[in-house]
Design a protein around this ligand. Sequence first.
Ligand code: F6R
Length: 242
Amino acid sequence: MKIYKVSNYHEMSKKAASILAAQIVADPKSTLGLATGSTPIGTYEFLCKWYQEGILDFSQIKTMNLDEYKGIKRENSQSYYHFMKEHLFDHVNIKEENTHIPDGECEDANTICREYEKLIQKGNGVDLQLLGIGRNGHIGFNEPAETFARECHCVTLAQSTIEANKRFFEKAEDVPRQAYTMGIGTIMKAEKILLLASGEDKAEALYQTICGPVTPKVPASILQFHKNVIVIADEAALSKVK
Ligand code: F6R
């Protein structure tokens, strides 16, 4: 694991965007694995800006998102489909058919997850996977569990995740209880992984991820076994890692 400590969210976002930009320039046909949530918003802002300045070209880029709430319509402003359009896709020249997010409206969990896994592994898989981290150590929506999930699957969100994500909804009851997510095995197949963390509320999860034992109780800890992981985190998020 390569760990970069930066001073704040802005610096984390700039460095993360630089690494994504380098990937896009080096291989304009890259497949990027993307995340949602508060963490990558600043990173996407830099990418949009650099596209508008003519530095980046997304015309051949493919994207595979980590996850989507189950039972949510695409038009719903809380869907990850909506998030990606708002923060990235609508502002760059990516082709809509090259962007992929699990279909949260599909009720048939087995079919959708099988198909999504197949789609990811088609071609060369994910070249660079962007990740945020949950306060409980989740990546994608892989919540703390007894085992690591291999492939895309349907999860029931942990109560702490519902609590953390209710800030995006009018009330906690509106947060969907289930989601479709890449599995830990899916994430680990990515060629390179870029994990971002900002803020003190991520400090314990990040400490366990970097310094703790590899255990499905801290899903991100599996990243210790990946050959090419870059962590970019601010001082607050790294405050427990000495
Ligand atoms: C989102 C995702 C989640 C988030 C995590 C952190 O696609 O996969 O694992 O990265 O919940 O969320 P924020 O960034 O909102 O703190």
